[in-house]
Ligand binder design. Structure first.
Ligand code: KIV
Ligand code: ZN
Length: 527
């Protein structure tokens, strides 16, 4: 009998549900916290990417998490094209009610319940007997079903659980009303063949298994997240949980872009379908990097700077003759485009807006005005403005829209014969403040001026500079990493002036620290 799922009806054979957890599991990784505006922007982009389920957060974890699940439900959750919006909850009434309340206004919603099933977790973390885990499962799933038709139940640390006990839990969760069953490799311990064994066992030993969608969720501690996910799909999973750029707890989650492109590139081995618009993948990856301040490594599959770069002469020769010699997918299929010359200083607002639409930005009039002003300024200073320049500029401007501290202006004097000096203006909560400082160099003077205007105890632990495009007039892209009480944040800034880019990056990092300070610590969640 085919499944009749409350959110997806009867799945076509081979159709795989894509569940994105960038805003929940991804956001749990150190330094990756996002503010409300950034989460909403990411959720919009994920909706346009075509994810089927979007885990918007863990509602009970903090007031900020609750607010973001609620806001995403009230905005994206009203759209006709809204994905199913999910909130995580542990198997307890308070958690389930927080998730239900945060998701209340979403048209399509899912409460996602998690409880650990391995001996290790039950004994040392939960301090619960196996039967108590089953009772908590049944009660929480039943409660969740009073507030949502679509309920997912996850067995935390499933891959290290006793399969006979796991099967009892799964059967109990289904009888209580769960409609999706997730078997995570929470600690990234499994090998691909373990997936085959676990899913086959559960399919053979849980009588009601045919009534639900089986899901897979894999961490990357041994670098096997994607391989395990694909193995799980071959073994019967029809929902894939993953994150953009593979961000997530510790070594991260299986990366969405790698899984989707593996399925698309190898239909012979992976004859499955999904709704992802793959040409948006690069855009999502970059948006996330801008929002979090963490770039992906250059050799990251699909979205890394070198993913389609050919250095060796013999490779370049082959690609020129026939790209298929060294490219197993086209760069365009994941959103890479030729770095085209775009607009000049005489271009008008309409052309600029048109360009932004092509690059995947939909921004309001106020943001457009700000971005257009910066574009004109850039076009005055830079001979040639490329797509990548526009992306950096708009990300820098638009994504910083709701930040408490904003860069206003900077005037620096320096050189081999004078003591570097910086005069800086920052807007803090809407009020412009000025400050000046000298330093060992222009960057040092600028950072000291920031400290003078906004005193803080964070330490600078990394400062790096790169170029967005080629040429001496290229925009600099700078990264600043700050550390405060063991917490790390990365900020990024872009400008044709390296010192201005550095100031912007520092201010971005400070804003991220403020977000961190505002959040109460999530209660212990090991996932
Ligand atoms: O890794 C994990 O087990 C999780 C669950 C909450 C699904 O993130
Ligand atoms: Zn996880």
């Amino acid at each position: 009998m085919p499944i009749n799922h409350p959110s997806f009806g009867t799945l076509e054979p081979g159709r795989v549900i894509i569940f994105d957890t960038t805003l929940r599991d991804g956001e749990q990784s150190p330094g990756f916290s996002m503010n409300l505006n950034e989460k909403v922007r990411m959720a919009e982009a994920l909706t346009e990417l075509g994810v089927d389920v979007l885990e918007a957060g863990f509602a009970i974890a903090s007031p900020g998490d609750f607010e973001s699940v609620k806001t995403i439900s009230e905005t994206i959750g009203q759209r006709a094209d809204s994905p199913v919006l999910a909130s995580l909850a542990r198997a307890g009434a308070q958690d389930v009610m927080a998730a239900a309340n945060a998701l209340k206004s979403a048209k399509r919603k899912r409460i996602h319940i998690v409880i650990a099933t391995s001996d290790l977790h039950m004994k040392y973390k939960l301090r619960l007997e196996p039967d108590e885990v089953i009772t908590a499962t049944v009660e929480s799933v039943k409660l969740a079903r009073q507030h949502a038709d679509d309920v997912e139940w996850s067995a935390e640390d499933a891959t290290r659980s006793d399969f006979a006990f796991l099967a009892r839990c799964v059967q109990a969760a289904i009888e209580a009303g769960a409609t999706t069953i997730n078997l995570p490799d929470t600690v990234g311990y499994a090998m691909p063949e373990d997936m085959e064994k676990m899913y086959s066992y559960i399919r053979a030993n849980v009588p009601s298994i045919e009534n639900v969608i089986l899901s897979t969720h894999n961490h990357n501690d041994l670098g096997m997240g994607v391989a395990n996910t694909l193995a799980a799909v071959r073994a019967g999973a029809r929902q894939i949980e993953s994150t953009i750029n593979g961000i997530g707890e510790r070594a991260g989650n299986a990366s969405l872009e790698e899984i989707v492109m593996a399925i698309r590139t190898r239909p012979d081995a992976m004859p499955y379908t999904n709704n992802i618009q793959t040409t948006h993948l690069l855009r999502l990856s970059r948006l996330l990097a801008t929002v979090t301040g963490f770039d992906v490594q250059p050799n990251k599959a699909i979205v890394g700077r070198n993913a389609f770069a050919h250095e060796a002469g013999i490779h370049q020769d082959g690609v020129l003759k026939n790209a298929a010699t060294y490219e197993i997918m086209t760069p365009e299929s994941v959103g890479w485009a030729k770095n085209s010359l775009v607009l000049g200083k005489h271009s008008g607002r309409a052309a600029f807006r048109d360009k932004l639409n092509t690059l995947g930005y939909k921004i309001g009039d106020n943001q457009l005005n700000d971005a257009f002003r910066r574009f004109k300024d850039l076009a005055d200073r830079k001979k040639v403005v490329f797509d990548d320049d526009i992306v950096a500029l708009v990300d820098d401007e638009v994504m910083r829209d709701h930040e408490r501290i904003r860069f206003v202006s900077l005037d620096v004097t320096s050189g081999s014969k004078r003591q570097p000096h910086a005069d800086l203006e920052l807007e803090i909560d809407g009020v412009v403040h000025s400050g000046s400082a000298g330093g060992d160099g222009p960057v040092d003077a600028t950072f000291k001026a920031i400290q003078a205007i906004f005193p803080h105890t964070a330490n600078l632990v990394l400062f790096s500079i790169g170029a967005i495009t080629e040429g001496t007039d290229a925009q600099a892209k700078t990264t600043v990493r700050l550390e405060e009480n063991g917490k790390l944040v990365d900020g990024q800034g872009a400008d044709t002036d390296t010192i201005v880019a550095s100031a912007r990056a520092y201010v971005h990092a400070l804003n991220k620290l403020l977000v961190k300070r505002e959040r109460t610590e999530p209660q212990a969640l090991s996932a």
